[in-house]
Design a protein around this ligand. Structure first.
Ligand SMILES: [Zn+2]
Length: 406
């Protein structure tokens, strides 16, 4: 947002302080009482938040924030992962409930109207919204958040969109593709999610492994050698088919772009058992990616590679990024907003979003410094990360992030 006046700044600082105190109190209560239900946390936290001076809408957000922190923690612990009980370390954010704000547009400029808790009294905060996000401002829904960074205040809005990020009117159509083991490829297309199951691959590989063992027992080295060639041809055929179908799907859309994770990410995620990894080796993926690139080039489809970090644990709806969003390998369930989906499809959406980001910003090699798992500003519907440095005049800010104050 544009630099607020000193009076507004003071108000924001005060509310941020009270918000942190309320959440901190709530977390302590949750730990002491051992509760995680929203209702019980509400009973425990809400009156204290109000006592601290938070207006009702903000107190409710403090309860929400407490609840989602506790749930993230419990989900992590349930799945047997290391996690320490959450604490509040910074007083730099304010939960902005859906009823506590409105975005007002006039003459192409956006102003955030924030309720102060006093009926009829509002704080008007002018936003600086880059042109490419002005359209998204019409789709803002739900609880938002204000964040203070070293260079000023930012507003973070969830943008409601149920479909893959496609663009119309001369903008590229980005199709995010997640590669995996259970599902060899999952593509988020404007017409829905397309899945290429990995079952056939696993079955085929096991069949070949069986043969290999049998020939091994009978010392048929010649047969083993012949079979090795047969197996890789079979795998290559399969990859031919998948890549052809994928490029075919993409080519039906205007200015198509296929977005893939950089391969180091796939290897990174291939931490199944050794047997599992052997079944679908990284060779499979590399070959598949090569074929997609080759066929895409021939068909005039662009291919973009994105950073694989966070694509599997970021919520495509609200942007909340935490390992706890993945209760199982196959499922995605956002601990913050409750969004549920097939994990591979969610990853595909996030990959597409990251690619949209790349396309909009031009190549950026600076990742936003990690602000901890619980904070991934939901700038646009599916946006895993933000660029690190937001210069006041670089126009890199998003609808959710006004240009920083100077
Ligand atoms: Zn969510």
């Amino acid at each position: 947002m544009l630099p607020p006046t000193q009076r507004k700044q003071q108000w924001l600082d005060a509310i941020a302080g009270q918000f942190a105190q309320a959440v901190s109190f709530g977390l302590a209560q949750a730990q002491t009482l051992g509760v995680a239900s929203r209702a019980r946390l509400h009973t425990a936290v809400y009156p204290e938040a109000r006592r601290l001076g938070l207006p009702a809408d903000y107190a409710r957000m403090a309860v929400n924030e407490t609840t989602s922190s506790v749930r993230s923690f419990l989900a992590l612990r349930r799945s047997g992962r290391k996690a320490s009980f959450p604490t509040v370390r910074r007083t730099n954010r304010i939960g902005l409930g859906v009823n506590a704000y409105a975005i007002v547009e006039s003459g192409g400029r956006f102003v955030l109207r924030v309720s102060t808790g006093v009926r009829g009294q509002y704080l008007w905060l002018p936003l600086s919204v880059p042109a490419r996000y002005t359209q998204a401002m019409g789709h803002v829904r739900g609880d938002a958040r204000l964040i203070r960074r070293s260079d000023g205040w930012y507003a973070v809005f969830p943008v409601h969109s149920a479909t893959a990020p496609t663009a119309c009117g001369g903008h590229p159509t980005v199709i995010g593709v997640d590669l995996g083991i259970v599902r060899l490829a999952t593509a988020a297309t404007p017409n829905g999610v397309r899945v290429w199951p990995g079952k056939a691959v696993r079955a085929g590989r096991e069949h070949f492994a069986d043969l290999r063992r049998r020939y091994g027992r009978h010392h048929r080295v010649d047969r083993i050698r012949a079979m090795r060639g047969k197996e890789s041809r079979w795998m290559a055929d399969l990859n031919h088919k998948i890549s052809a179908e994928l490029v075919e799907i993409a080519s039906h859309h205007p200015d198509p772009v296929i977005a893939l994770e950089r391969l180091d990410g796939i290897r990174y995620r291939l931490h199944g058992s050794r047997r599992f990894n052997r079944m679908v080796s990284s060779w499979t993926f590399r070959d598949l990616v090569d074929k997609i690139q080759y066929k895409a080039e021939r068909a005039g489809v662009r291919v973009l590679f994105v950073d694989p970090r966070r694509t599997s644990r970021t919520c495509p709806k609200c942007g909340h990024a935490t390992r706890a969003n993945r209760p199982t390998q196959a499922d995605f369930r956002c601990v913050a907003c409750g969004y549920r989906g097939m994990a591979d499809a969610v990853a595909a959406l996030n990959i597409a979003a990251a690619a949209v980001d790349l396309l909009q910003q031009g190549p950026s090699d600076t990742a936003r410094p990690d602000e901890g798992q619980t904070e991934s500003p939901a700038l646009r519907p599916m946006e895993p990360r933000r660029p690190a440095s937001l210069d006041a005049d670089s126009n890199l800010a998003s609808p959710s992030q006004g240009t920083p104050a100077v």
